[in-house]
Design a binder for this molecule. Structure first.
Ligand code: HEM
Length: 526
């Protein structure tokens, strides 16, 4: 399987640019004798007429675009996806017909750090895939963990601010962990993700040895208009590998970038299996009624025993980028870039993300970000719409009318399924209180502690948490967080009390959280 990327239209020549047979020019194409030939009045000041110098400096002044507000540090490569087992019974997307292939681009990332930050941070990893299907680009913007810190989208900017630099001392939580634990100790629904983050799976060994999870629930719709809820899993064919806190200190800041690049260069192409968990609307209601798992709440997972993985395909990364900025920095992934047959669910965090990504792309890359070679759809039909003009409009659709014209009509593809049918959704009552803490929130973290981790893993976890808390300046915050850990297990709480020297709360009953309803306290109010 080796589809070499042909990143859209005229780009190929630029992408493969070589120095030989070229002529040095100004940006308007006029040959210029030498880059260092600055026009000057004798030994005196420079000349305003020197377009070459002014052009050079002004372009240099504008070389940076805003870095991503989250996931700023990342690495990527190109590859190919193939459907090995048809999913047509559940989904009408053309890409899920057996044997279908499409070119892909993947970007992996850390979350909290800036563009120059360390690849081995204790942080979740982003895992974004752009599938260039024949029905448009479909982006899966996933993470390496199946759960997330929150289920109320309004909390996202607050949470992220606690992962970034402190506004006063400009320190990150590696040196000043107060705001980090302040947020978490007020928002106990984060506990499952916190356990993963602080445990042995908190620092993946590069990007090749980690899985990817949609985390969110999506909807798959077949050609008869029937639909199921689905979560996507991308399982590394290399298996998983993680590094310890101690190991991470010895790695270079670009460890994961180097590892991925070099593996692809030597022909060791990393691959992932693509599978789905699916669940019918009726089963989703039962899952809520019986097990209190809401499929629109990404702080919880669907038990794999009840909802097994169904493999549909696989992908490999087989080509490094030629130009990092053009092909990775400018790539724009969004959970709202979907194709017919794949729809969002009512998950409130997903719903908010559908808006947030294209919004940030218009700011970070520009209004016409979809026209850039790496983002351009590669569809077999001629695209037409009424998006015209704006900054840097390269493909402005010629003389064609910019309204629905009866004189020169464009064609519309018939709707494949009845919208009425597919838009009817299960709206469980679990999300009326997006931030209510319930006993079920502690089940999965408790299973990690009691059933999954061995004694050494537990010790490393206690070391990671207490070490990180060491520079948290507020005792009250540590007391609260230990109270939250006590709901997971008395054992964790007492070990943390020993390691930190702080006596934690006996549990969360009686605690009030700033904006989170405590469903474990009778008559608790906000
Ligand atoms: C990147 C917003 C939750 C995965 C981003 C970016 C924004 C954002 C603004 C920068 C995009 C860019 O500049 O191109 C949000 C909001 C969230 C949220 C508002 C919740 C309300 C999540 C969740 C996941 C996730 C739950 C995973 C399941 C990612 C990934 C990237 C990213 C992988 C990097 C994309 C890339 O490689 O270009 N997010 N996010 N985010 N987000 Fe989120």
């Amino acid at each position: 399987m080796a589809i070499q990327q042909d990143l859209a239209r005229e780009y190929s020549e630029d992408r493969n640019a070589k120095s030989q047979d070229t002529v040095y020019t100004t940006s308007n194409g006029a040959p210029y004798p030498h880059p260092y030939e600055t026009q000057r009045a004798g030994n005196g000041p420079l000349l305003l007429q020197d377009f070459h110098l002014i052009d050079l400096l002004s372009h240099f002044d504008r070389e940076r675009i805003p870095e991503r507000v989250v996931h700023a540090k990342g690495s990527g490569a190109h590859g190919v996806y193939k459907t090995t087992e048809s999913l047509e019974d559940l989904c009408m997307a053309d890409i899920f017909k057996e044997g279908k292939e499409c070119p892909i681009t993947i970007r992996f990332s850390t979350v909290g750090g800036e563009a120059g930050s360390h690849d081995c941070a204790r942080d979740p990893r982003g895992f974004s895939v752009k599938f260039r299907t024949e029905e448009g680009n479909w982006d899966m913007v996933a993470n390496n963990t199946p759960v997330f810190f929150l289920r109320d989208p309004a909390k996202f900017p607050h949470f992220i601010h606690t992962q970034k630099r402190n506004p006063q001392n400009n320190l990150t939580h590696a040196d000043d962990s107060t705001i980090f634990w302040d947020y978490l100790s007020q928002n106990p629904e984060s506990i499952h993700q916190v356990m993963i983050l602080m445990g042995d799976r908190g620092i993946p060994d590069g990007f090749r040895f980690m899985h990817g999870y949609s985390g969110h629930t999506f909807k798959l719709i077949n050609k008869d208009g029937e639909w199921v809820y689905a979560q996507m899993h991308m399982k590394s064919k290399q298996g998983t590998k993680f590094i310890t806190q101690a190991d991470s200190a010895s790695k270079s800041p670009d460890y994961a970038q180097k590892d991925l690049y070099e593996a692809i260069e030597r022909g060791d192409h990393p691959g992932w299996d693509v599978s789905f968990q699916t669940i019918k609307a009726k089963e989703a209601e039962e899952l809520w009624e019986k097990q209190k798992i809401n499929i629109f709440d990404l702080t919880h997972v669907w038990p794999q025993k009840q909802f097994p993985l169904r493999k549909v395909g696989e992908f490999f990364l087989n080509e490094n980028v030629q130009n990092y900025f053009a092909e990775i920095e400018q790539i724009a992934f969004s959970p709202s870039h979907l194709v017919p047959g794949i729809e969002p669910s009512a998950d409130p965090v997903l719903q908010s993300r559908l808006f947030s990504y294209p919004d940030t792309h218009r700011h970070r890359v520009g209004t016409n970000y979809q026209q850039l070679p790496v983002n351009q759809p590669r569809v077999p039909y001629k695209m037409a719409n009424f998006q015209r003009n704006g900054s840097m409009a390269f493909y402005n659709q010629g003389a064609r009318p910019n309204y629905i014209s009866s004189i020169e009509p464009i064609s519309f593809r018939e709707r494949s399924v009845d919208l009425d049918k597919t838009h009817k959704q299960f709206i469980g009552d679990a999300i009326t209180f997006l931030s209510e803490i319930r006993p079920e929130d502690f089940n999965a973290p408790r299973a990690l502690w009691e059933k999954v981790w061995d004694e050494d893993a537990k010790e490393r976890f206690i070391g990671n948490v207490s070490g990180h808390m060491a520079n948290c300046t507020e005792k009250e915050i540590i007391k609260r967080q230990i109270g939250i850990f006590r709901e997971v297990s008395e054992d964790i709480a007492s070990r943390l009390e020993k390691a930190t020297g702080v006596k934690g709360y006996p549990g969360i009953a009686g605690l009030q959280f700033n904006g989170t309803h405590n469903g474990m306290t009778k008559d608790a109010s906000l």
